[in-house]
Design a protein around this ligand. Structure first.
Ligand code: ASP
Length: 333
């Protein structure tokens, strides 16, 4: 079994510096020690991105670099059987969704992991997470993107970060976990998959505004947040997809955004959600104006999906039309 570890940065390989945690640990040496004497030692190689980053600094171009490393490893004769991407936790859920869309044709497991404590810290979760991710990638049970964290394997396009401190930092609120590590592992779910995408174009930087509504938001503030007009808008609405529809001018700002050809997506501020914006009068007019609910996609999956669709050269109505279609299992079909 040949596995390729793609090390991108994150707490897992960070050290204390005078300016806070930053990449600097000898991850390659540490991994060799951790794997020494196990069946994973021989077939596991490491590619490090340069520079290594705190995942707060990732962009769609960074997602593309990971996609490129995966494709290069396949084409350069090494032919890995699976990939493990070591990544910071802060935006891991965005990257796992982004990779899910871009790699539907790969046909190999890609497992993202990282840790809440650096590899050198006492009680670090680095070793169990990395070993578990390697075990998941070599299990022969799935051939899509997943996240392994805290003994649990989650479907890549369905993941969200739920804690900045708990070692159980991720969940997939709308679908069951794929597996729980144990002796033996319990395989509890299957990645749903989707229509896939043939020969996707590379990710590019996209101007997508994510706007949270809050009680008391004014039309002026909303309009200012959408000026200049972005390429797409994701509204983080209340509950099932409601907005302050009686606040003077708010609906008009969003209507005119849709009229300008900008896709307006409605996501939820809830941890667990299935957005249906026409259900209440407070969301009805928005849906009637052409805004599209993201159903049970996470915010991360919705954001990465818009970036993916814009990167494919799709315009407003086509982006909106694809939101309800399943590319990689990001929503319940
Ligand atoms: N800021 C870090 C990162 O996302 C947090 C982590 O890795 O846990 O890179």
């Amino acid at each position: 079994m040949r596995l390729r570890v793609v090390y991108t940065g994150g707490t897992v390989g960070m050290i204390e510096t005078p300016r806070g945690l930053a990449p600097g640990a000898d991850l390659r040496g540490w991994l060799a020690e951790v794997l020494a004497g196990t069946d994973l030692a021989d077939g596991t190689g490491v590619t490090s991105l340069d520079p290594l980053v705190d995942s707060s600094n990732t962009t769609p171009l960074f997602w593309q670099r990971i996609v490129d490393v995966v494709h290069d490893a396949r084409e350069e004769g090494e032919r890995p059987d699976g990939f493990v991407v070591l990544h910071g936790t802060d935006t891991m859920a965005y990257t796992s969704a982004a990779l899910s869309y871009a790699l539907t044709e790969l046909g190999l497991p890609v497992v993202l992991t990282g840790s809440q404590r650096p590899l050198g810290a006492p009680g670090s979760d680095a070793a169990p997470n990395v070993i578990g991710a390697l075990r998941a990638a070599s299990a022969g049970r799935f051939s899509s993107v997943a996240v392994f964290f805290a003994h649990t394997l989650l479907d890549g396009p369905r993941v969200t970060k739920i804690s900045s401190w708990d070692l159980r930092a991720f969940d997939s609120p709308n679908v069951p976990a794929l597996a729980h590590e144990g002796s033996p592992w319990q395989w509890t779910g299957r990645p749903a998959g989707g229509e896939g995408w043939t020969n996707p174009r590379p990710y590019r930087r996209c101007d997508v505004a994510v706007v949270s509504v809050a009680p008391g938001i004014t039309a002026e503030r909303l309009a200012a947040m959408l000026t200049p007009l972005p390429e797409a808008v994701v509204i983080r609405a209340f509950g099932i997809g409601n907005i302050p529809s009686e606040e003077p001018g708010v609906l008009e700002v969003l209507r005119s955004t849709v009229r300008a050809g900008v896709p307006v997506l409605i996501a939820s501020q809830c941890y667990q959600s299935d957005v249906a914006p026409g259900r209440y009068a407070a969301g009805y007019e928005l849906a009637a104006a052409g805004a599209v609910g993201v159903r049970d996609m996470t915010l991360e999956a919705a954001y990465a999906k818009v970036c993916f669709l814009l990167s494919q050269g799709l315009g407003g109505p086509d982006v909106a039309a694809w939101i309800g279609r399943n590319i990689a299992g990001e929503l319940t079909g």
